[in-house]
Design a protein around this ligand. Structure first.
Ligand SMILES: Cc1cc2nc3c(=O)[nH]c(=O)nc-3n(C[C@H](O)[C@H](O)[C@H](O)COP(=O)(O)OP(=O)(O)OC[C@H]3O[C@@H](n4cnc5c(N)ncnc54)[C@H](O)[C@@H]3O)c2cc1C
Length: 505
């Protein structure tokens, strides 16, 4: 057997001399930019990328902006912001409405040049006709006048507001001041980053804005405490929480206030689909986007994380951000991470092009059925809401039905007298809220593994995801990119920026 030739000493010496300049050259070069990997391309993941770019400032130890990779298991970006085609048109299938004070979304739409529009009539309480269905009859039904004349519509709208006032009296005002004060507290998250702390936990973040206590009590308890009438809690409030979160008034006070805020005036959406916010942010943030690539494991290997995908690819990431709820995804963490058990509320969104059956509601004509049918809390009612998305003509209307269980053909057959097209989507929609809430950590491993959706236990909206993402981006910059010690998890006291940011804590 021939033995391997051994290199002579003079050859090794020559080799060493020849590579020395190269070694020197590598060691004096600026460090290669770190890689931040983000799992999930929804508003959370795309906002982390956006704010990392927005807030990054070069420092001598980190002169280069990070490489950012976003992994998305689906073939499109946006996550729970998605559209559904029906009858040759597209409608929002998931997140559909934005509040006028959702300032990150407002800024995104301006920055990305997206066109803003009001949501469909049934999702904007100014112009819809509304009914509360108790399973047998409409306990409240707004007056509807078939007129396109603006002043007639205005008078009808005032009349309906008056009827609501007569029914719920001062409870209406108490509810709106509860919602306003919650929104005002939330606005603290838009204060200047110069004076606003970076938060390492959701609890800290909520306490700082004065919102934490609302997560310790149910919405029902909160409203009873505010002396809001049982009738209003059982009707109007219940209808809204069932539409927005598919749940009862046992959700936390904070999720409840957010849900109620989503039923006010001035609501808006992005023309063509809210998902364009995520698509635009990813594009403008110079991100390497890996579509159709599901991450199945995340392992901490000392200085970096190894991410493995179902495509058989491996990626080395200095920082990893999980921007999807971990409750129903199958990611293997090494070492394992510990988060409080949380159930997702499933919402079945069923889109039907056809015509409702008035007899199901004990009515004589379709025109008598309100554009938005909300429901009271009764396990025998098989849907949470039915709303008109678009009326093509008298016998061809596109509806959206929300329910907690799938809508079977037999059930749809009894609610609709004709169906031309039906599309069903089963969403793992938002957390099943409870009180008191327990929050998962933002920093999953004490190192550089972050979790945006820990904030979802406070409330789940496009804007709350963006607010949580902004905090995570600042957390990454203060913990990983600060000048003092890139790999220390205790950076904040050493970094001048971070020091300012934490001064208020
Ligand atoms: C029916 C419905 C109605 C809603 N209505 C509203 C509303 O009107 N207004 C509002 O503001 N909010 C609404 N919401 C809530 C809102 O959609 C969410 O709070 C928000 O979109 C969450 O964004 P996210 O980026 O945190 O998560 P997601 O949008 O869920 O994004 C997570 C992404 O991660 C991807 N992913 C998951 N696992 C992996 C993996 N292992 N590898 C790679 N990719 C992965 C997913 O495919 C997904 O694209 C609604 C939600 C639903 C379901």
């Amino acid at each position: 057997m021939a033995s391997d030739p051994k290199p002579s000493f003079s050859f090794l010496f020559f080799l060493l001399l020849s590579v020395q300049p190269l070694i020197f050259c590598l060691s004096t070069d600026a460090p290669s930019p770190p890689t931040v990997c983000i799992v999930g391309s929804g508003i959370g993941g795309s906002s982390v990328a956006h704010f990392l770019r927005h807030y990054f400032h070069p420092t001598p130890s980190q002169p280069n902006p990070p490489n950012i990779i976003i992994f998305e298991r689906r073939s499109v970006v946006g996550g729970r912001m998605a559209t559904v085609p029906i009858g040759g048109e597209t409608f929002e299938a998931g997140a559909s409405i934005l509040h006028p004070k959702n300032y990150h979304a407002v800024n995104y739409s301006k920055l990305l040049g997206l066109k803003v529009k009001p949501p469909p009539a049934s999702e904007d309480d100014d112009s819809m006709s509304l009914g509360f269905w108790d399973g047998k009859e409409f306990v409240f039904k707004s007056l509807e006048v078939d007129s396109k004349i603006p002043w007639v519509q205005k008078i009808v709208s005032y009349y309906n507001s008056l009827r609501l006032f007569v029914r719920y009296r001062f409870s209406l005002l108490k509810m709106s001041s509860f919602v306003e004060s919650t929104v005002d507290s939330f606005l603290k998250y838009y204060e200047s980053p110069e004076t606003r702390p970076v938060f390492e936990t959701v609890d800290e973040m909520l306490k700082w804005a004065g919102l934490y206590n609302l997560t310790t009590r149910t919405l029902q308890d909160e409203l009873v405490h505010l002396k809001i009438s049982p009738l209003m809690i059982d009707e109007l409030v219940t209808v809204i929480t069932r539409i927005n979160y598919g749940q009862s008034v046992s959700i936390s006070g904070l999720a409840g206030a957010v849900s109620l805020a989503g039923s006010g005036g001035g609501l808006w959406a992005i023309e063509g689909g809210n998902y364009q916010m995520a698509a635009g942010l990813i594009k403008s943030s110079n991100v390497s986007l890996h579509l159709n690539e599901e991450i199945e494991s995340i392992s901490y290997l000392g200085e970096y994380y190894e991410l493995n995908s179902t495509k058989g690819n491996s990626y080395s990431c200095n920082v990893t951000v999980v921007a999807t709820p971990l409750d129903e995804v199958n990611i293997q963490f090494t070492p394992s991470v510990s988060i409080p058990a949380r159930k997702l509320q499933h919402t079945h969104a069923t889109f039907v092009r056809g015509i409702l059956n008035p007899a199901y509601f004990g009515l004589r004509s379709v025109g008598e059925i309100p554009e938005l049918v909300g429901t009271l809390e009764d396990p025998d009612i098989p849907f949470s809401s039915i709303s008109v998305l678009k009326q093509q003509d008298e016998n061809d209307i596109t509806y959206k039905v929300f329910s907690r269980e799938p809508m079977t053909d037999a059930l749809l057959g009894s609610i609709f007298s004709a169906r031309l097209e039906t599309v069903r989507i089963n969403w793992g929609a938002y957390p099943h809220y409870k009180a008191p809430e327990v929050f998962a950590p933002y920093i999953l491993d004490g190192q550089h593994l972050y979790y945006v959706n820990a904030f979802e236990n406070a409330a789940s909206t496009m804007e709350t995801s963006a607010v949580a993402a902004e905090n995570i981006a600042r957390l990454i910059l203060s913990r990983y990119f600060s000048e003092a010690h890139p790999h220390s998890s205790n950076l904040k006291s050493k970094s001048p920026d971070a020091h300012t940011l934490h001064a208020d804590l």
